[in-house]
Design a protein around this ligand. Structure first.
Ligand code: NAP
Length: 253
């Protein structure tokens, strides 16, 4: 195997992907498993995770859990470790967008959003980092957004969580990179998933988003593959604390 291939080879690595039942999380689990990692997918819907297990075979295992409950994360980590051993790679793709406006946002909507999109990526990482430190190698990928730096209607809690995840990524990198643990975020543009179904159903809005990019179209699921594999592999060994926008140039304009 030549050097360029081995840089992206994840054989021998264990990965955890939250939000693996849908959209970008599901795609992440597929990409990492195909690259050779043993992958543990975490989400609430058992039947969808089961279908992914049938597709990916022995490189994939799953845990059905609500990860917005911080009090359950320690037990969840015990279960994660029992699948393939302590993870080397952690991809935080689980997320929610209630789309409540600033005038309408409820306590519940706010708390659920901040909890799942911001608190869980930190506290789950905090629990799994000690084993990465022992190995002297780790990769953590958060999911940011165009709302990390831009304001959208109905994006008050979501935008706050995604703005904060940009800074959390830098702070986690500051804390853990000297142990060989690179922490970065992917900032997707508009990709067709359950989360964005409402946007893609509105042809005019969808076209407006595509026109705002430099490339001239919205995201396709395979656009995630290279950036994710880069950030989860040896290829990104000197890259940490960054938000890599995978948005076709949406935020460049
Ligand atoms: N799609 C885009 O265009 C886009 C753009 C920018 C950023 N993002 C970000 O990318 C990430 C993935 O988004 P997506 O579009 O792939 O969303 P999605 O298709 O709606 O998937 C969200 C995932 O989160 C899981 N999840 C939700 N609540 C959970 C909970 N309480 N406990 C455990 N798992 C939970 C869901 O699984 P269950 O329902 O089975 O629990 C599902 O697997 C999110 O952080 C999102 O903010 C997406």
């Amino acid at each position: 195997m030549d050097k360029s291939t081995s840089l992206f080879n994840l054989t021998g690595k264990v990965a955890v992907v939250t939000g693996a039942s849908s959209g970008l999380g599901r795609r992440s689990a597929e990409v990492l498993a195909v690259a050779g990692a043993k992958v543990v997918g975490v989400a609430r819907r058992t039947e969808v995770l089961e279908s992914l297990a049938l597709e990916l075979g022995e490189n994939f295992s799953y845990i059905s859990a609500d990860i917005s409950d911080r009090g359950r994360l320690a037990d969840l980590c015990l279960e994660i470790n029992s699948k393939f051993g302590p993870p080397d790679i952690l991809v935080h793709a689980a997320g929610v967008n209630t789309r409540q406006t600033a005038d309408e946002v409820t306590d519940l909507g706010w708390d659920q959003t901040i909890s799942l999109n911001l608190s869980t990526p930190f506290f789950l990482s905090q629990l799994l980092v000690p084993e990465m430190k022992k190995k002297g190698w780790g990769r953590i990928v958060n999911f940011a957004s165009v709302q990390t730096t831009r304001a959208f209607p109905g994006g008050i809690a979501y935008g706050a969580s995604k703005g904060a995840i940009g800074q959390l990524t830098r702070a986690m990198a500051e804390a853990w990179s000297s142990h060989g643990i690179c922490v970065n975020a992917i900032g997707p543009g508009f990709f067709p998933t359950e989360l964005t179904q409402i946007v893609f159903e509105d042809a005019e809005r969808s076209k407006r988003n595509a026109d705002q990019t430099c490339i001239g179209r919205n995201g396709e699921m395979e656009d995630l593959d290279g950036p994710l594999l880069f950030l989860c592999s040896e290829a990104s060994r000197y890259v940490t604390g960054q938000v890599l926008m995978v948005d076709g140039g949406f935020t460049a304009k």
